[in-house]
Design a protein around this ligand. Structure first.
Ligand SMILES: *Cc1c(COP(=O)(O)O)cnc(C)c1O
Length: 399
């Protein structure tokens, strides 16, 4: 049993805790390069939609292996504008998961569309394509799969269902920069994909930033217009739009960081591997290894029978943990009781009670990784109470 009762004394001060993310550490890694990028923007004198944005758009599209990238203000707008450009209209239904950042669902409602929930697969923790057919209605127009925690959703199956029923797909890639399925980057499977470059994401700016990517030139043009008042030419609005521009400063910063993305993702995966090894034999359920996918390991999320006890055990060792998210979207006050599909989410409902996020970011020091490993190793799950032993998402054989 864990030694919670033996760990006496005050809890470490939050500032000395090992954190889930450390955006400052990464800023300090590249201090000089970031300053020189910022200086380049200052000196160039163009601060909105200039050369830095154009270059980043090109570099990000090239990295992913897609045709078009349109920089926007944030990831929420990226989802919303991609859906709108894909033809989703007010009142249309968009199928997504409740096990996601609330931003996914907020984006759907931002354009007047209606979110409809399907359950997750307990292994990928992503949208279960088999759940789609039974929730379809005449208003269903699109699917938003979320590559949650950096684990790719099963895009081949999701695309097959979308093709069969004539639905558009916008991938939410906000947690999955660089994740792959069979060597192909996520973000290249749907009609369009949305990225967030919020500072703690795998590729992060020093403020808000986002992007839509697509291989469809018509959809790309539509997003380009939507991000700036519907302009076709300067001051001439061919359609209506708003303002969701990516600024030069953030684009320049992203260009400094992009060349480091693959190595940093590799380090995330290596740390996750070590956490996994430390947890062997503790009874804690690890993220499943899904064949043919490359995990971006945005978050390392385990499942525990006694999640709160494990969190407290780690906290006493100076290790912060997180819950992503404390409750699924359909249980949050703003959405509770008004979303179709919310009554059929057993895996979503089970997962949020058991999941715990352990620090796995690439700026962890060797010493911190060791310390986390030792603390994880010292834990053991309580015995399974009879009656819960058959619960399918806990204590399965690890792949
Ligand atoms: C972060 C995130 C978003 C939203 O991105 P912002 O840039 O914060 O608007 C959307 N979806 C998911 C899954 C995210 O993690």
């Amino acid at each position: 049993m864990p030694s919670i009762a033996n760990s006496t004394g005050p809890l470490p001060a939050p500032s000395s805790m090992i954190a889930i993310a450390d955006p400052r550490a990464d800023a300090m890694n590249n201090h000089a390069a970031l300053l020189s990028a910022i200086d380049r923007v200052l000196t160039a004198g163009q601060y909105i939609l200039g050369e830095e944005v154009a270059s980043f758009e090109q570099e990000w599209a090239q990295y992913l292996g897609t045709a078009y990238c349109i920089g926007v203000a944030n990831g929420t707008d990226a989802v919303a504008l991609a859906l709108k450009a894909a033809g989703v209209r007010p009142g249309d239904e968009v199928i997504t998961v409740s096990h996601t950042a609330v931003a996914t669902v907020a984006a759907i409602e931002l354009i007047g569309a209606v979110p409809v929930f399907v359950d997750i697969d307990p292994d990928t923790r992503c949208l279960d394509p088999a759940a789609i057919p039974s929730i379809l209605s005449p208003r269903t127009r699109a699917i938003v799969p979320v590559h949650i925690y950096g684990q790719p959703a099963p895009m081949e199956q999701i695309c097959a269902v979308a093709n069969r029923y004539g639905l558009k797909i916008v991938e939410d890639c906000a947690q999955a920069h660089g994740a792959e399925i069979n060597g192909r980057k996520v973000g290249t499977f749907g009609n369009a994909a949305a990225f967030s470059f919020y500072p703690t994401k795998n590729l992060g700016a020093l403020g808000d930033a986002g992007a839509v990517v697509t291989t469809d030139p018509v959809l790309a043009e539509a997003v380009r217009a939507l991000r700036q008042y519907g302009w076709q030419d300067r001051y001439i609005s061919a359609t209506t739009g708003g303002n969701s521009r990516l600024d030069e400063m953030q684009a320049a910063i992203l260009r400094v960081r992009l060349p480091h993305l693959d190595a940093r993702n590799e380090r995330r995966r290596a740390i996750a591997q070590r956490h996994g090894a430390a947890l062997k034999g503790t009874g804690v359920r690890l993220p499943a290894a899904i064949p043919n996918t490359l995990h971006a390991m945005h978050l390392f999320v385990i499942e525990s029978e006694e999640r709160d006890g494990l969190a407290q055990h780690l906290r006493r060792s100076g290790i912060a943990t997180g819950r992503h998210y404390p409750m699924p979207v359909h249980r949050q006050p703003a959405y509770d009781g008004r979303c179709r599909g919310a009554d059929q989410l057993p895996y979503t409902d089970a997962l949020y009670r058991h999941m715990l996020t352990i620090p796995c970011h690439p700026d962890l020091t060797e010493e911190q990784i060791e310390h986390i490993g030792q603390s994880l190793q010292a834990w053991s799950e309580p015995p399974v109470a009879s009656g819960t032993a058959g619960v399918p998402w806990i204590r399965r054989v690890q792949t």
